[in-house]
Design a binder for this molecule. Sequence first.
Ligand SMILES: [Fe+2]
Length: 187
Amino acid sequence: MATSFTSMDTSIAEQWAVIGAETAKNQGRVAERVLDLLRSLADIVDGFATDQLTHCLQTATRAERDGADDEVVVASLCHDIGKAISVPNHPAIAAEILKPYVRPEVYDMIRVHQDFQGRHYYAHFGGDPDAREKHRATLAPEVFDLAARFADDWDQTAFDPDYDTLPLEHFEDRVRKVFGAANLVPG
Ligand SMILES: [Fe+2]
């Protein structure tokens, strides 16, 4: 169906209207791709006591049980989704996947999560356990506290194979809700 342009410099507005409508119609694809990526984390263990899907599910379970809202729970579920592609830059990958769908402080919570986690393990690599402090000047105090709560209470504790971890099915409806519509940022 070559009804659209073959190079952008020959495109017309009507073609872009079709693309916009089709893209909006297919928005549901985003949540399904996210769920597929999460499922793929079951194959990644890399020496931890749990696979990475279990770790993500356990992080989200802990957040939910602490009363976190839906965006925070879904972000907690997705915080290590970047590991499905590349471990060294996984926080940035996860944060950018989430960015259009969550409020800015939830995006920040994921973007900085490795530096906040450092409190609990960077010393083993000769790193700075207080790496989180470099974010204190740029994050609002309540965002800093949210990132600390995420790392200290939910993420760094979520490697327990014996914990009562909730299954992915428990979170699927909220994944579809959060990724169901992008936040349109004016300007
Ligand atoms: Fe994690």
